[in-house]
Design a protein around this ligand. Structure first.
Ligand code: PAF
Length: 322
């Protein structure tokens, strides 16, 4: 009988593990055809290609595995592999990320993408990594706008008394309180029914989401407030990543970058085509909005959620990025 040393057995086990085919599930909240769906496909295709088929997988779209907060928890306990999520609930796990959720902070898409692809973006991915999660790459959801079923919103006065669903995000809730609405935090999978049943009057999301979720079926008015830039992030489970070789981790990083690029391209496309789609489906699109009064109220009420803990240095750094 052949005798193996312990080292040889361990090496054999490692080789076998690294060659065994592994199925990866990418969870997200939207439909497979949405900008997140496009990003999930790009992730899986790139990973399969780079790994020569060692890693294959599928999407778990449309909140099949829960809301974004549940999915992030799933990564921490290893019941999920990869998630594409907005930063909405992420501040509950990594409070430094609230800096990115502040209203009226980013000037436009170029500004937001330059910040996220640079030093600040990397620092925040590293912070995510200190909280039992792995931040692979910054992706995108888009600039958020207010929709509702009651009346056109042009000024903060028009928000008064509106029950508005927000994400489970302290910065966003404080901002909407300041702007006069009654913020109601809720996980996204519950939102369509809540709008349909009048539990809330409105919600706020980018054009990408309003079209993907077909909110025209339950909302009449969309006001292009662009009140906050909503980043998305490709996260992985530390339990999965820790089980990989350095080369395999590199494939996951590359797959996440490809995913973010594909999602951003889809956001660009929908920013161009989406508003026409909203009108075609019967929504009244309000574009003549003076953002200054919204910004003054939102900043006054929400910036302290971040600055009380971390000061304003990060905010100044983000503003200074050209
Ligand atoms: O409104 C939200 O919760 C998020 O924008 C969504 C739609 C889940 C996408 O990340």
């Amino acid at each position: 009988m052949k005798h193996f040393t312990l080292g040889a057995i361990a090496a054999l086990a490692l080789t076998t593990a690294s060659h065994a085919q592994q199925q990866i599930v990418v969870g997200h909240a939207l439909s497979p055809a949405s900008h997140y769906g496009v990003g999930a496909d790009a992730f899986l295709n790139t990973l399969t290609e780079l790994s020569g088929g060692t890693f294959t997988g599928s999407q778990a779209p449309a909140g099949q595995l829960g809301g974004e907060r549940d999915m992030i928890e799933g990564l921490q306990i290893g019941s999920l592999d990869v998630v594409i999520t907005s930063t909405g609930p992420l501040g509950n796990f990594v409070p430094q990320v609230y800096a990115l959720d502040l209203p009226f902070l980013f000037r436009d898409y170029d500004h937001a993408r330059t910040v996220l692809d640079g030093e600040i973006g990397q620092e925040l991915l590293d912070k995510i990594g200190e909280n039992n999660l792995v931040g692979l790459a910054w992706s995108e959801n888009g600039f958020r706008h207010v929709t509702n079923a009651r009346h056109p919103v042009r000024t903060p006065e028009d928000l008064k008394g509106l029950k508005l669903r927000t994400m489970e995000n302290r910065v966003h809730m404080a901002a909407f309180e300041g702007m006069g609405a009654a913020p109601t935090p809720m996980a996204f999978p519950e939102l369509f029914t809540a709008l349909q049943q009048g539990v809330v009057d409105g919600q706020e999301n980018p054009v990408t989401v309003i079209t993907a979720a077909k909110f025209w079926e339950v909302q009449k008015y969309v006001s292009l407030t662009g009140h906050v830039y909503s980043p998305a992030v490709v996260l992985a489970s530390p339990i999965l990543l820790d089980s990989l070789t350095e080369e395999q981790k590199g494939w996951f990083m590359e797959a996440a970058k490809a995913s973010a690029a594909a999602t951003r391209a889809e956001v660009n496309r929908l920013e161009e085509a989406g508003v026409a789609l909203l009108r075609e489906n019967g929504m009244e699109v309000i574009t003549d909005i003076d953002k200054a009064p919204f910004a003054a109220l939102a900043e006054e009420s929400s910036y302290a959620v971040y600055t009380d803990q971390y000061g304003s240095e990060m905010i100044e750094r983000i503003k200074a990025v050209e």
